[in-house]
Design a protein around this ligand. Structure first.
Ligand code: HEC
Ligand code: HEC
Length: 340
């Protein structure tokens, strides 16, 4: 080792955003001052994301439930955790988290760093404990130098693991869909007729964009869309015990939605057609905590014909990222190997 190597700072990582996104004020990037994004930190995070030593019996990594070709979501209705424990909820996609304000369906983690602490110890997830995990990682010869490259010295603790995971997750950017080509890059041929009709519906009569707003196709909200008149899973209310929060869930992004079935916090809908049919026919407008943005449904104003529904689904499918290079959310060519 050269003298002074320990002082080497990791290399700042600049996220590769499409040019339209650089000037969009909704996409201004702010990183936590104590966990800046670096090449070495994100690379370590990528490896840790696929590291099964993070789970109690070495059988699960984050990637077991957040699968890259499904935009880091889980195609199973509910995820299977340690020892076959069934989770309560569907694992959401992980994408564009650099702009997210809170995490989990019930919004219980206020940063992606804090989020990353949870699954390792969660019984329905990896069922381990942090002392054990840190000790295991210390014994894997590859890790101390990777932690040194990312954080300046080779010490391994839970905070550094969470910080590296957070850095990797912030690189999961998805802003390159056919919709973006059409809307932001002025390519009028990027959408077919039915998709354009669906887009117009989405932004007007169907009221979808009031909550799933571009450019991220989500709001930073926790809302009740009237899935049930009496919710089984209380969502945010289950955590806060505040009546007004009952049945409220984090508003998901609709980017890559064609790849992230099944849908809703409990994975109750298998297809986008079922989701659109729900919004057309089955919204429980009597739910006491129904979101104010659902007022058009209460007023009976949202009427969608068979053609409208097909057009909406066609439009939703244009939100799939087409950039499938290995560092992108929608890498379809291969799963990263566990021994990356
Ligand atoms: C056993 C399956 C499983 C494993 C393993 C797992 N997760 Fe998850 N993950 C889930 C489920 C289920 C949820 C939703 C839980 C909820 O909201 O209550 C979730 C939620 C998340 C979210 C929140 C996304 C959002 O938009 O709010 C992030 C980020 C995340 N997981 C990252 C990770 C990381 C990092 C790891 C590894 C340290 C990991 N997960 C391991 C199943 C899993
Ligand atoms: C009041 C705000 C609101 C409106 C209006 C709204 N949504 Fe949603 N949407 C949500 C929330 C919140 C969820 C998550 C609900 C849950 O899982 O409990 C969701 C879930 C979804 C999902 C499933 C996402 C996933 O990852 O599982 C799709 C697809 C969807 N909405 C499409 C639409 C379409 C199409 C419209 C217009 C017809 C629409 N939404 C109108 C707030 C809204």
């Amino acid at each position: 080792m050269k003298r002074g190597d320990a002082l080497n700072k990791p290399t700042p990582l600049v996220l590769d955003l499409p040019s339209w996104a650089l000037t969009d004020t909704a996409l201004k990037l702010e990183f936590p001052y104590d966990n800046p994004l670096t090449v070495e930190g994100a690379a370590l995070g990528r490896r840790l994301f696929h590291e099964k030593a993070l789970s109690a019996d070495g059988s699960l990594s984050c990637a077991s439930c957040h699968v890259q070709r499904f935009a880091f979501s889980d195609p199973r209705t509910r995820s299977m955790g340690m020892g076959g424990t069934m989770g309560e909820r569907n694992a959401p996609a992980i994408q564009n988290v650099a702009w997210d304000h809170f995490f989990f369906w019930d919004a219980r983690a206020l940063s992606i760093e804090l989020q990353a602490f949870a699954p390792v110890t969660g019984h329905a997830e990896m069922g381990s404990n942090w002392n054990k995990v840190a000790e295991r990682l210390r014994r894997i010869p590859a890790y101390p130098p990777l932690f040194a490259a990312a954080f300046g010295d080779g010490a391994i603790d839970s905070m550094r693991v969470a910080f590296a995971l957070a850095q990797f997750e912030r690189t999961m950017i998805s802003l390159s869909s056919r919709f973006d080509r059409y809307f932001h890059e002025g390519d009028s041929t990027a959408l077919a007729l039915s998709e354009k009709r669906g887009k117009d519906l989405f932004f007007t009569r169907a009221n979808c964009a009031d909550c799933h707003s571009p450019p991220l196709f989500k709001g930073h909200e926790v809302q009740n869309i009237g899935l049930d008149s009496i919710p089984v899973d209380l969502g945010m209310g289950g955590r806060t015990h505040i009546a007004w929060h009952m049945g409220r869930f984090k508003t998901p992004s609709l980017r890559n939605i064609a790849a992230t079935a099944p849908y809703m916090h409990d994975g109750r809908f298998a297809t986008l057609e079922q989701v659109v049919d729900f919004y057309a026919d089955d919204v429980n407008t009597n739910s006491p905590t129904l979101d104010v943005h659902m007022q058009p449904w209460v007023n009976g104003e949202v009427r969608l014909s068979i053609q409208d529904r097909a057009d909406l689904v066609a439009f939703l499918k244009t939100l799939t990222d087409e950039d499938s290079s290995p560092t992108r959310v929608m890498d379809r060519r291969s799963e990263p190997h566990d021994d990356l």
